[in-house]
Design a binder for this molecule. Structure first.
Ligand code: NAD
Length: 235
């Protein structure tokens, strides 16, 4: 039996699959990954565009950059991997700030790194606002406390949102398989969830165009495009 078939049988017999995804899940929807040679951070400096210091140094410039990114996300549509994942009852833990899993119909998605369709108060008063990525607002003050509004995404050096992190840990603790899709597993602490699952003896199925991304702890590793492999795994 080939690896794909063995992994498919494992998933078929599982009652509590948890998916853990990264930018590669949405690459075939036209969204850039971050760490690849053509990725976002090869073209833009994360210290400028994805850090608290960068935002406080140039709030207008960072807001304008996010306005452009939001417009590019607004045109993206779920690819066959999102559709296959949403079509099977499971919980999703994602590092992605896009909402393509939800657009595909998934209703249990934990966003570890925030979401592109929300702004929050940078002053920390807790005010949140929904944002239409097709018509993103520019820099503006928080209507509650007057501090600047910023994208509700996790920047370099920031802590993960506590509620989402706890929910992710609970999801993994109850999983009988972890399906890891399109992540370089280089961004911590999110990548640590794969090790948490491994330490708990939970089988891990990895889908990635590059081999070796799960640092040798994958039970089954499928090398190829998520849009082809994930539907085949979950059929
Ligand atoms: P990453 O850029 O570090 O890694 C992407 C991974 O996806 C790589 O291992 C690559 O080999 C793989 N990949 C690329 N195309 C693929 C495909 N078609 N099928 C399967 N695998 C594919 O991304 P990451 O691990 O998610 O971590 C980067 C951070 O960037 C995260 O914090 C995330 O919040 C953020 N991010 C989000 C989005 C998004 O929301 N769509 C996009 C880029 C980055």
């Amino acid at each position: 039996m080939c690896v794909l078939e063995r992994a498919r049988m494992l998933l078929h017999g599982s009652s509590d699959i948890v998916s853990f995804s990264g930018a590669g899940l949405s690459a075939e929807s036209g969204l850039d990954t971050f760490r690849d040679a053509e990725g976002v951070w090869a073209r833009y400096d994360p210290a400028v565009y994805a850090s608290v210091k960068g935002f406080e140094r140039d709030p207008d410039g960072v807001s304008e950059w996010y306005q452009q990114r939001r417009r590019s996300y607004a045109g993206a549509r779920p690819n066959p991997a999102h559709v296959a994942l949403a079509g099977r009852p499971m919980r999703h833990v994602t590092q992605n700030i896009d909402t393509l899993l939800e657009l595909a119909g998934a209703d249990d998605v934990i966003h570890l790194h925030g979401a592109i369709d929300r702004d929050r108060c940078h002053g920390g008063c807790g005010h949140l606002e929904a944002v239409d990525p097709a018509n993103p607002p520019g820099l503006r003050p928080c209507p509650i406390c007057g501090a600047a509004m910023r994208p509700d995404v996790v920047w370099f050096g920031e802590l993960l949102p506590e509620t989402e992190w706890s929910a992710a840990l609970r999801a993994i603790a109850g999983a009988d398989v972890l399906l890891v899709i399109g992540t370089s597993a280089e961004v911590w602490p999110a990548a640590g969830l794969i090790h948490t699952a491994s330490d708990a003896g939970i089988p891990i199925v990895v889908v990635n165009v590059e081999p070796g991304t799960a640092q040798g702890i994958a039970t089954y590793e499928l090398v190829g495009q998520a849009g082809e492999i994930v539907p085949a795994l979950l059929r």
